[in-house]
Design a protein around this ligand. Structure first.
Ligand code: HEM
Ligand SMILES: *[C@@H]1O[C@H](CO)[C@@H](O)[C@H](O)[C@H]1NC(C)=O
Ligand SMILES: *[C@@H]1O[C@H](CO)[C@@H](O)[C@H](O)[C@H]1NC(C)=O
Ligand SMILES: *[C@@H]1O[C@H](CO)[C@@H](O)[C@H](O)[C@H]1NC(C)=O
Ligand SMILES: *[C@@H]1O[C@H](CO)[C@@H](O)[C@H](O)[C@H]1NC(C)=O
Ligand SMILES: *[C@@H]1O[C@H](CO)[C@@H](O)[C@H](O)[C@H]1NC(C)=O
Ligand SMILES: *[C@@H]1O[C@H](CO)[C@@H](O)[C@H](O)[C@H]1NC(C)=O
Ligand SMILES: *[C@@H]1O[C@H](CO)[C@@H](O)[C@H](O)[C@H]1NC(C)=O
Ligand SMILES: *[C@@H]1O[C@H](CO)[C@@H](O)[C@H](O)[C@H]1NC(C)=O
Ligand SMILES: *[C@@H]1O[C@H](CO)[C@@H](O)[C@H](O)[C@H]1NC(C)=O
Ligand SMILES: *[C@@H]1O[C@H](CO)[C@@H](O)[C@H](O)[C@H]1NC(C)=O
Ligand SMILES: *[C@@H]1O[C@H](CO)[C@@H](O)[C@H](O)[C@H]1NC(C)=O
Length: 351
């Protein structure tokens, strides 16, 4: 939060203490208890249905919340499409041909609007969808703080700047998280989300054939796993093949991510860095999560809640979007929506 906003909040709180409960960006799990008491079950029913035919969607929705929060806060900015006034984050390098679930979010929004029109923000839907996806994949549950508003802007430049890259070393990873108010424990706990979902060959292929321009594979990559990955990702191929983050339980949210790191089976360089960086303070955390799933889950919950509060808009800030892909009243967006709806085949994306 900016110093400016803090001083405004303090000043107003002094004047009208009781009248401005939103003066200091408060989120609350019971925010929709009166205005949309069924929101959680509506979101859950859509996701459960979709995940029957597309189990990977649970991972994709967790990632979507992360990619929202790291770019000007958890404000639904990632959902905004290109229009005359919006430069979408969806084609920023970390997102292009990579994020999934935009259509599912729209399905959820439609279902929620049917029961509680104009009440639930798209940013809150992303936060709820992440928690529900964790639970449906047998991961932890937590009370999701709610009451976010949706942004009026997106920032593609910031998406390119803030989202960590798969070739980041530990120094760069820590810096990317510190920039969001997240510490080393949060980095290790949240990276555990790579216990499910898939990655494209392009995000790790340099580790297989020519790591950091050495002409050799990454020495911290298990040689058995190296052969497996080379078979999936041929040298000089298009990089579009997919592989599981977790070779043993690909769609289950468990602590295997950390035991994989211990046997040099981290898929991305950014994963293996947490365990294979000499003398790093992350090694002990990886070991503790690997030996105690309860400990991992407790830390994951706490870090997800922390992440979900980054830069949120509350109270009179922002708006509740009617359609998650467009700012209210963006007529250039509504025009493209009309075209879009008449041609929508409802297919689940497979990128
Ligand atoms: C620590 C830095 C991180 C880096 C460098 C990173 C990078 C990546 C990359 C490159 C992919 C594969 C994308 C593709 O090939 O299309 C991916 C997938 C994924 N990431 Fe991360 N990520 C990080 C942290 C996180 C965090 C904090 C979360 C959530 C809490 C997360 C959740 C996921 C999930 C669930 C997938 C699989 C998505 C799917 O299958 O659709 N990641 N990540
Ligand atoms: C809101 O609803 C949830 C779930 O029904 C319940 O656990 C919680 O106690 C309620 N909170 C308030 C403040 O009424
Ligand atoms: C569930 O998903 C199927 C497609 O897989 C769709 O036809 C159906 O309408 C969905 N039902 C609900 C309640 O979302
Ligand atoms: C928004 O853009 C995405 C691609 O980034 C596209 O799949 C989707 O159909 C668009 N949504 C609308 C409502 O036009
Ligand atoms: C995004 O991916 C498409 C291919 O699907 C490509 O044509 C386009 O140039 C990419 N955009 C950016 C900004 O990289
Ligand atoms: C996007 O973020 C960058 C980097 O912080 C900033 O310089 C720029 O003004 C922002 N652009 C918009 C459209 O908000
Ligand atoms: C991490 O990468 C950055 C950028 O390439 C580099 O400046 C830094 O020296 C690296 N840190 C370590 C510990 O290797
Ligand atoms: C990270 O922050 C949490 C509180 O959000 C704290 O409990 C934990 O000790 C911190 N970890 C480190 C390594 O500073
Ligand atoms: C590995 O990458 C470096 C730097 O990009 C390049 O100069 C070198 O030719 C590559 N080596 C092989 C064997 O491809
Ligand atoms: C990966 O892609 C290549 C083409 O680049 C294809 O020949 C190969 O069969 C694919 N491998 C797997 C396991 O999908
Ligand atoms: C590589 O993986 C195998 C299991 O596939 C394991 O037995 C071995 O210990 C691992 N090697 C290293 C160096 O961790
Ligand atoms: C695992 O972690 C939990 C949560 O911190 C703790 O209560 C429990 O004692 C730990 N179990 C073991 C065997 O250390």
């Amino acid at each position: 939060m900016s110093p400016f906003r803090v001083s405004v909040a303090v000043c107003c709180a002094l004047v009208v203490v009781a009248a401005l409960p939103f003066s200091d960006a408060q989120l609350d799990p019971s925010f929709y208890n009166k205005t949309c008491p069924t929101v959680h079950s509506i979101v859950r029913d859509v996701i459960r249905n979709v995940s029957k035919s597309d189990p990977r969607m649970l991972a994709s929705l967790v990632r979507l919340h992360f990619h929202d929060c790291f770019v000007q806060g958890c404000d639904g900015s990632i959902l905004l499409n290109d229009t005359a006034t919006i430069v979408s984050e969806q084609t920023a390098a970390p997102n292009n041909n990579s994020i999934r679930g935009l259509d599912v979010v729209n399905q959820i929004k439609t279902a929620v609007e049917n029961s509680c029109p104009g009440v639930v923000s798209c940013a809150d839907i992303l936060a709820l969808a992440a928690e529900i996806s964790s639970v449906l994949a047998h991961g932890p549950d937590w009370k999701v703080p709610l009451g976010r508003k949706d942004s009026l802007t997106a920032n593609k430049t910031l998406a390119n700047q803030n989202l960590p890259a798969p070739f980041f070393n530990l120094t760069l990873l820590k810096a990317a998280f510190v920039a969001q108010g997240l510490n080393t424990t949060d980095l290790v706990a949240l990276s555990g989300a790579h216990t499910f979902g898939r990655a494209h060959c392009s995000t790790f292929v340099s580790r297989l054939y020519n790591f950091s321009g050495t002409g050799n594979p990454d020495p911290t990559l298990n040689t058995t796993y190296l052969q497996t990955l080379r078979a999936i990702c041929p040298n000089g191929g298009p990089g579009t093949n997919l592989t599981n983050f977790d070779p043993t339980t690909p769609d289950t949210f468990d602590k295997n991510y950390y035991s994989n790191l211990q046997i040099q089976k981290g898929l991305l360089q950014s994963d293996q860095e947490l365990f294979s960086t000499t003398g790093a303070d992350t090694i002990g955390i990886v070991n503790s999560f690997s030996s105690n799933q309860t400990l991992f889950f407790e830390n994951f919950k706490a870090s997800m809640i922390k992440m979900s509060k980054i830069g949120v808009l509350t109270g009179s800030q922002g708006e509740i979007r009617k359609q998650c892909n467009f700012v209210n009243g963006d007529s250039s967006g509504l025009a493209s929506l009309a075209t879009k709806e008449s041609s929508d085949d409802g297919m689940v994306s497979s990128i």
